[in-house]
Design a protein around this ligand. Sequence first.
Ligand code: OFO
Length: 162
Amino acid sequence: MINDKMAKALNEQINEELYSSYLYLAMSAWFESQNLPGFAAWMKVQAREEHAHALKFFEFIHECRGRVVLQAIQEPAREWKSPLAAFEAALKHEQHITGRMDKLMNLALAEKDYATAGLLQWFVKEQVEEEASADRIVQMLKMAANAPGALLMLDHQMGERK
Ligand code: OFO
């Protein structure tokens, strides 16, 4: 069983994950509009991954006999100043999600909900990877600044993500 307080917090996290998916899909659409199909494909894979994160919480709440309540998803931005600006926004978003996971973990421990804490442990680890991967791309885009050839090579490399 999951208590109401914890279920409410996890429901909010489902919304955050669906928003993450929506945000990365919006970034994918923007990269398409910039003729950078590799970046667009990378973001589409990321959007799918975020949707899977939402489903992990969705299924967990049901397994714990809680009630899932879906809320409206906020509209994401449509434009970014540059590929670098988009990935800086993605990194900032991931840092925000890491902060949310820390708060959820604190709540789970305060509620002595060790099952939820176990699930959250997976997400805490995942956030380390999420931040590292966004940051790596930010750094590469900084190195590619003012070199269109380097940006095109990077685009090709980004498109290889499965
Ligand atoms: Fe769900 O990890 Fe990114 O946001």
